[in-house]
Write a protein that binds this ligand. Structure first.
Ligand SMILES: Cc1cc2nc3c(=O)[nH]c(=O)nc-3n(C[C@H](O)[C@H](O)[C@H](O)COP(=O)(O)O)c2cc1C
Length: 191
């Protein structure tokens, strides 16, 4: 498991929070640190610099550099891992914007046919399941292959991580390890 016909499987991680002390960023870093052998996990930086999607600037002459870099990072990857909180009952705009950029050109966006898993931490008791369900719906429509076997929505963030950070929570680490292994397993199936 975890290899793409003997090659290293690459997983690009998009984080839905731009906050310095983001718990979801820490979750993404756990995915990097707990990648199985043969799997390289990298966080895609700079999502906050990607302009809001507009067809006016989505052209070879106008394409903003941060959007081009986002597309290249995902094109180089075999799979995507979305790690996000919930904002007002759905996914944060920064993540939705990234998905919109990755969905174009229509039918051949960088996300096309790539396995995508979703996880995250949120304050509410349901752990951001609305955001995670909406993210799965959106990436599926954008052309990705949603990995249904991954369901990580960790709730009660303010209490649970008041003193213990996600990386020191054995259950969280186990969930992230399982998520990355499952995602990598899908890369092997798709390859
Ligand atoms: C604008 C905003 C909207 C939020 N809406 C929700 C929500 O709908 N459901 C929820 O569980 N938490 C909500 N929260 C709380 C976040 O889940 C919590 O702040 C979480 O720690 C943010 O993730 P981060 O630590 O990665 O930045 C919201 C927070 C912000 C800033």
């Amino acid at each position: 498991m975890g290899t793409n016909n003997g090659k290293t499987a690459k997983v690009a991680v998009l984080v839905g929070s731009l906050r310095g002390g983001s718990l979801n960023r820490e979750l993404a870093e756990l995915a990097v640190a707990n990648a199985p052998a043969g799997v390289q996990v990298e966080i895609v930086e700079g999502l906050g610099s990607v302009p809001f999607y507009s067809e006016d600037i989505d052209s070879p002459t106008e394409l903003p550099q941060p959007a081009a870099e986002l597309r290249s990072a995902v094109e180089r990857a075999d799979a995507l891992f979305l790690v996000t909180p919930e904002y007002n009952g759905t996914l944060p705009a920064v993540l939705k914007n990234a998905i919109d950029w990755l969905s174009r050109p229509f039918g051949e966006g960088a996300i096309k046919d790539k396995p995508v898993a979703v996880a995250g931490i949120a304050a509410g008791q349901y752990g951001g399941t609305w955001a995670h369900d909406d993210a799965r719906k959106s990436v599926g429509i954008a052309g990705g292959k949603v990995v249904e076997g991954v369901s990580v929505s960790i709730g009660g963030a303010y209490q649970r991580f008041a003193e213990v950070r996600p990386g020191a929570d054995a259950e969280v680490v186990a969930q992230i390890r399982h998520a990355i292994e499952t995602l990598a397993g899908d890369v092997a199936l798709v390859a």
